[in-house]
Ligand binder design. Sequence first.
Ligand SMILES: NC(=O)c1ccc[n+]([C@@H]2O[C@H](COP(=O)([O-])OP(=O)(O)OC[C@H]3O[C@@H](n4cnc5c(N)ncnc54)[C@H](O)[C@@H]3O)[C@@H](O)[C@H]2O)c1
Length: 336
Amino acid sequence: MGRLDHKVCLITGGARGQGEEEVRLFQEQGAIVWLCDVLDDLGQPLADELGVQYRHLDVTDEAAWQDLVEEIVRTSGGIHGLVNNAAIFRVGRLKTTSVDDFQAVMRVNTLGVFLGMKTVAEPMTESGGGAIVNISSMAGLRASVGSFAYGASKWAVTGMSKTAAVELARKGIRVNSVHPGLIETPMVEDVPINKEGIIRRTPLGRIAQAKEVARMALFLASDESSYSTGSEFVIDGGLNAPKRFNGLALDDSRLSSDVVTLIAPLDEWVQHNGWRALQIQFVFRVVPPTAPGLSFQHSNSADFGEQQKHKNRGDQGHQLQAFKDRKGSDGNACPE
Ligand SMILES: NC(=O)c1ccc[n+]([C@@H]2O[C@H](COP(=O)([O-])OP(=O)(O)OC[C@H]3O[C@@H](n4cnc5c(N)ncnc54)[C@H](O)[C@@H]3O)[C@@H](O)[C@H]2O)c1
C-alpha cells in the first residue's frame, strides 16, 4: 500500500532537480501524478518513463493554471495535492539587483505559488480536502546575503503559506512550507558557493540530496502529517541549529566566506569542548579585533567563568559581540 494511494497530485517544476525526485517518489507511493514545467524536453520524457501526465505550465500564467486544474479534475476526478516547487534563482545584493531580476524572481517564486494555491483551493475543497506543500528555502527564514530577490521571494512563500493555512484549514486543506539548505541540483550548478565551508559548518557533515527534500514533501502531502499546517519544515543537516553560544553570535549569513573559514574551527572546538574551557585570551588570538567583518567590545575578563560572574551582576560591558558589520567579500550566495 502506498502512502499517497488514490491521491491526485500536481507538482510544478517537476522536470528536473527536486521536482523530478518528488514526481518519482509520489508516483512510487501510489499518487496519480501530474507533472508540469516549462522544460518540455525534460518533462515529457520523464513523464513517459514513469507513465504519468505531463503538461507545459508556466506558473506565472493564471489562465494556464485554470485550464490545467480543470483538466486534472475532469480527467482524474479531483485534486488532493499540490507541490509548488518551481522557482528560479538570481545572484545579486540589495545594491546590485536590477528591477528586471527582482521582478522575474518574484513572478516565478511568489506569484507562481500564489496562483497555484488560489487555483486549487476550491477544487481541492470539492475533492474532500488535501495538502499544499510550498517549497521555500532557508532563505525564507533568515537573511539571504548575495541573493536579495530570491530571499524576498522565499520569505513571501513562508508568509503566504501561513496565511493560506489559516484561511483553508476549515476547508480541509493543510498548507506547509519546506525549507531546504543547500541541495545539489541544476539550480546551483553555476552559483558561486563555498561548498566546503557549508559542509564543514553542517553538523551532519554533508550536503543534502534532492530525494531527501522529496521525502519531506511526501510526508506533508500524505495523511501522515494530518495535524500539521501553517508550519515550516527545515531540511538543513542542522546547519542553522548552533546559532548562538553565550556571548559569541555566529551568524554566517552576515559573514564573508573568509571570516567563516576563520571562525569555523573555533566554532567546532567550542561545540566539542564547551565554552567553559575556552579562554577569552584564545579568542583574542584566533579572532583579532581587526579581522574584516568583526567588531569587538573589550573585555577585561580572563576567562569565561569570569565573564559569567560579570554577566550575572548585570554588567553587559563584558559581552563578547562579534560580527557586527559585514565588510568582506561575499562568495556565499546560494538558494538555501
Ligand atoms: N537547490 C537548492 O540548493 C535549493 C535550496 C533551497 C530551496 N530550493 C528550492 O527548491 C525548489 C526546487 O529547486 P531545484 O533545486 O530543484 O532547482 P531546479 O532549477 O533544478 O528546478 C526548478 C524547476 O522549476 C522550473 N521552472 C522555472 N521557472 C518556471 C516557470 N515559470 N514555470 C514552471 N516551472 C518553472 C525549472 O524549469 C526547473 O525544472 C525551488 O523552489 C528552489 O527555490 C533549492
